[in-house]
Design a protein around this ligand. Structure first.
Ligand SMILES: [Zn+2]
Length: 379
């Protein structure tokens, strides 16, 4: 417990620590932080304290439980705290900038903390930032579709052209692919890609999802790319939907997948052998892949809303035959057919059901009816 220090300063420390403003980590929002920075005056969680420790010129971190805090330090915390310090360091965050939470990966959280305190990117309004120009050009290492090898590729993002392009040869004039900015999603996938800075970029082509996997060895560079894509998307949407609020537009920038993982599936006759596939639930699109790093989905299923005839059930229909090695079943009901899946564990089964339920419980927006119609034509 609190060692050293006189009783008075221990009591004073507890009082500051207990303030409502200090009840969440100043950087990632995790409840009950028990570390603090004696130089910045913020209360932070253990994992953010590890990032602060890597920036010793800016932040000195100490445990609130185990370390000794002298009177002057306690007074400093009392005069600062999360509200006052964030009012300075988070004063002018661009609306499109992705502010990570404790659920996000290390590279996003580290670059956020460095942007905030080390580079002071948000202390003044209208600061020129590497992701705020509406144009970005540079090299990203891209995974080859067929051999799985990562090779350097030139990428070019342009707000004026409303696109992200990449080139196979450094000096090539014609891009290999031109992706329209309004169909791009980007999400960090370090585990799946096998690189701490791994970014998955997905886009729609002919209404089908394509994946590309990239990384940059420099964490700042890859997070700058991510925020540059968000910035260009935001400005594109702003022109396309001039009456929408900024927060509404922000919610339509890049999104994280609701859930990913392996399940077994059978075919439409429900008698085919179950096959193990990698599934990604990207809002209303359930995609499945043979390999998690495949460029194309083998199939996609539209997941609509309850009032339009979609539901999810625990278990498989009684009497389901077929070969399945996993025993935690679930059934997705759509107006056209039932989809049968099995999960390896009960936890997985319940997590998938929760993810599907969260989508099915939301009413569909007009654009989603158009997507649903497209899926119906296709099948
Ligand atoms: Zn934190």
């Amino acid at each position: 417990m609190m060692s050293g220090g006189n009783e008075k300063s221990v009591k004073a420390l507890k009082e500051v620590w207990r303030r409502a403003e200090n009840s969440l980590c100043a950087d990632c929002g995790k409840p009950d932080p028990d570390w603090a920075s004696s130089t910045l005056g913020v209360f932070i969680c253990l994992s953010c304290s590890g990032i602060h420790r890597n920036i010793p010129s800016i932040s000195k971190v100490k445990s609130l439980k185990m370390d000794h805090w002298d009177d002057a330090q306690v007074q400093f915390l009392a005069q600062h705290g999360n509200a006052v310090t964030n009012a300075t360091y988070e004063a002018h965050i661009p609306i499109y900038y992705y502010q990570p939470t404790y659920n996000d990966c290390q590279v996003l959280r580290e670059q956020w903390i460095r942007a905030k305190y080390e580079r002071k990117e948000f202390t003044e309004p209208g600061k020129q930032l590497p992701y705020s120009d509406g144009v970005k050009e540079g090299i990203l290492w891209k995974r080859g579709r067929d051999n799985g090898q990562f090779l350097p590729r030139k990428f070019l993002l342009s707000e004026r052209e409303g696109s992200l392009k990449y080139f196979t040869k450094q000096d090539a004039k014609e891009p290999k692919v031109i992706i329209k900015i309004d169909v791009i999603n980007a999400t960090f996938q370090p585990v799946k890609i096998g690189n701490p800075n791994g970014l998955q970029i997905t886009y729609l082509k002919d209404n089908k999802t394509r994946n590309i996997f990239v990384y940059h060895e420099n964490g700042k560079e890859v997070v700058d790319w991510f925020n540059a894509i968000r910035s260009v998307q935001f400005h594109y949407l702003k022109v396309a939907f001039p009456i929408a609020s900024d927060n509404e537009l922000k919610s339509r920038l890049t999104r994280n997948f609701l859930k990913e993982g392996y399940m077994e599936k059978t075919g439409p006759k429900q008698k085919e052998a179950f096959k193990k596939r990698w599934f990604t639930l990207d809002h209303r699109r359930l995609m499945y892949f043979k390999d998690p790093l495949d460029a194309f989905a083998k199939g996609e299923v539209f997941v609509g809303s309850r009032e339009n005839g979609y539901s999810v059930r625990k278990g498989l229909p009684s009497g389901t035959q077929g070969n399945f090695s996993w025993h935690y079943g679930l059934t997705i009901v759509t107006p056209d057919r039932e989809y049968l899946f099995t999960c390896e564990t009960e936890t997985d089964q319940l997590d998938w059901i929760a993810a599907f339920t969260s989508v099915i419980d939301q009413p569909m927006i007009p654009q989603e009816y158009a997507i649903e119609a497209y899926f119906k034509v296709k099948s």
